[in-house]
Design a protein around this ligand. Structure first.
Ligand SMILES: [Zn+2]
Length: 171
């Protein structure tokens, strides 16, 4: 009987022929499979693979790209998802585009947040975008005092420059 620790299926077995002519099984760690796109099952680039210990010792930034749907969807499928999302949201938010005939695609909608279609059909999605705009305006307001501060410092510098020639005259 084999060693109890070697009876597990979580190790990768490899049969190697030794110089003496014997066939010996080598036990190694399993590597994680390559990441695939959820829609078209295409291999995703930029997602690191390896053994569990190798993944534990690699940096978080080297494991996954910092992009929405990274490690989930390929760029082509993400593009179609974003197009679908904006089309549906535009259909329900504006009256001009309400005649658009778009079929509901549950295959794509799977990757959108839960209850998204209900919010979009009720026109709630556009309201959120409007709410975000005043925040930008509030951010823009503090910029004007900064400019005045810069001017003040410039004046101070100018004053310092004026002082120095006076000192030169005294000498
Ligand atoms: Zn894809």
């Amino acid at each position: 009987m084999v060693e109890p620790s070697k009876r597990t299926r979580s190790t990768k077995k490899k049969k190697v022929r030794t110089p003496g002519g014997k066939t010996v099984t080598h036990f190694g760690r399993k590597k994680s499979g390559k990441a695939e796109c959820g829609l078209c099952s295409k291999n995703l680039s930029g997602v690191a693979t390896g053994t569990a210990t190798a993944m534990k010792n690699t940096a978080k930034t080297k494991k996954m790209p910092s992009k929405p749907y990274a490690g989930v969807l390929c760029p082509e499928c993400l593009d179609s998802l974003m197009r679908y999302q904006t089309r549906i949201e535009a259909k329900f938010s504006s009256e001009d585009l309400s005649d658009l005939d778009i079929r509901r695609d549950l295959r794509l909608e799977k990757y959108l947040p839960r209850g998204w279609y209900e919010d979009a059909s009720a026109g709630k999605v556009k309201k959120k975008a409007v709410k975000s705009k005043p925040v930008k305006k509030a951010e823009a307001k503090p910029k004007s005092p900064k400019k005045t501060v810069k001017k003040k410092t410039a004046k101070k510098k100018a004053g310092a420059k004026r002082k120095s020639p006076k000192g030169a005259k005294k000498k």
